[in-house]
Design a binder for this molecule. Structure first.
Ligand code: SF4
Length: 337
């Protein structure tokens, strides 16, 4: 998918969402602060950032494993916070999650068949022979077979367990899947297989993905658009090719400078940016722009004013004072014309 294609139907809207955790003794972890983005039907939106940047927390807040502290999340136009009864059950079926650790996320005492059919049982979607057939069909869909149905998770490799996790998510016929670092625990050789499986399923079933990861190269491969998070904030969001070719935020530039490039000529031109210092604590984040303590381009204003989240080019969003000045100048020039 390219920037030229119109992205029409919003399936998910995340509006100024905050998720804070109260740790007692007046300490609050601001894991997610004022995050705003939309996800369009049928696309893959990748979310990247270092560990602790809030990307998993936002995923868990979207699927209601956590309650948002502030802000609004709308799925198919409905505010998810207010869902109850039948509409909540429907939401729980339509939105599924694939977890990072296929070892920890499968109950070791359940057979693969019962793990995959759990959603079918909860939602009363199939019983008896129909249930068995559905499990077999799902196993085949993810590249496993019928004889795997009666085995236990410990009998499988990491890649196979992640396939079981995917089959479990697919069992209830969802529209939207949050994949939280689904390949991080897998061997490199297996990662591409799982990503290719996810891409194929997306094409066949019209799925929408929120793909959370820290590996930028894999995110580019699977995502139509990519969002970059830093210390609880979304700092940049754009079409994936545009983000990789012309990153605007200094943090995105630094992250991309560390990604190996296959073409040696392009690789030589890209200078590696080493960020100074560590990521500050989300309990006491820096004033103004949270990235300012590590930003090679920081200015005085960066310590005083939180940069605005703004669309500086069509479908290219960034939160950085460098571009606020640019857009102010543009507005000024327009007025003077
Ligand atoms: Fe750097 Fe300032 Fe932009 Fe933050 S707002 S990324 S500190 S230039």
């Amino acid at each position: 998918m390219s920037t030229a294609e119109p992205k029409v139907e919003k399936i998910l809207e995340v509006k100024q969402v905050k998720k804070h955790f109260n740790m007692g003794r007046n300490q609050v972890v601001r894991a997610v602060d004022n995050v705003t983005f939309d996800v369009y039907k049928g696309e893959t939106l990748g979310l990247v950032g270092e560990s602790g940047c809030g990307k998993s927390t936002i995923g868990r807040t979207i699927i209601r494993l956590y309650e948002a502290t502030e802000g609004e999340i709308r799925f198919k136009g409905e505010t998810t916070k207010d869902l109850k009864g039948k509409s909540l059950k429907k939401f729980n079926r339509e939105m599924q999650m694939i977890f990072q650790d296929p070892y920890a996320s499968l109950n070791p005492r359940m057979t693969v068949s019962d793990i995959i059919a759990e959603g079918l049982d909860i939602h009363g979607l199939a019983q008896g022979e129909e249930r068995r057939q559905k499990v077999v069909e799902l196993l085949k869909t993810v590249g496993l077979n019928e004889e795997h149905a009666d085995r236990f998770p410990h009998e499988f490799s990491g890649g196979q367990r992640q396939r079981i996790g995917i089959a479990r998510a697919l069992a209830v016929d969802p529209d939207f899947i949050i994949a939280d670092e689904p390949i991080s625990a897998l061997d490199v050789s297996i990662q591409a297989q799982v990503v290719n499986l996810m891409k194929r399923l997306q094409r066949e079933k019209g799925l929408t993905y929120l793909f959370i990861a820290h590996d930028l190269s894999m995110v580019k491969y699977i995502s139509d658009r990519v969002g970059v998070m830093y210390l609880g904030n979304l700092v940049e969001l754009a079409d994936s090719q545009e983000l990789y070719d012309t990153p605007l935020h200094p943090y995105t530039e630094a992250l991309l400078s560390a990604v190996p490039i296959a073409d040696p000529d392009v690789g030589k031109q890209r200078e590696r940016i080493i960020l100074k210092g560590d990521v500050p604590s989300p309990i006491d984040p820096p004033s103004g722009c949270r990235f300012r303590t590590r930003c090679p381009k920081a200015m005085d204003i960066c310590a005083q004013v939180v940069p605005k989240w703004q669309e500086v080019r069509p479908m290219h969003w960034v939160a950085c004072h460098l571009y606020e000045e640019e857009s102010l100048k543009k507005e000024q020039a327009k007025k003077e014309d």
